[in-house]
Design a protein around this ligand. Structure first.
Ligand SMILES: [Zn+2]
Length: 97
């Protein structure tokens, strides 16, 4: 699943998990929304918040977690710090796109 807002990921992962046991890959965007009138991004999308949300994506069944639009090295660093603390048999990969 690529470039969806973080808030949609848990329900989407659960829906996919109900249909397959294959590894689920999620690369959400930062959750910020583009305001075309102002030509600017709105909302927050910090790396720490992203990594906190990733815990729920993982709990729902996602096993490869990264970031798409508006994610930064800070997002991936926060994800990696969390993922390194997981037990070895359940670890997931994280990378920037
Ligand atoms: Zn994207």
């Amino acid at each position: 699943m690529n470039c969806s807002a973080p808030r949609y990921i848990p329900d989407l992962v659960r829906a996919i998990r109900s249909a397959t046991q294959k590894p689920i890959v999620v690369y959400p965007n930062s959750g910020e929304v583009y305001d075309a009138a102002r030509r600017d991004w709105r909302g927050s999308g910090s790396g720490a918040t992203f990594a906190e949300q990733a815990r729920e994506w993982y709990a729902c069944g996602a096993r490869i977690i990264g970031g798409c639009c508006r994610t930064t090295p800070d997002h991936i660093r926060a994800l990696a710090a969390w993922a390194r603390a997981l037990p070895p048999s359940s670890s997931s990969a994280s990378e920037a796109k």
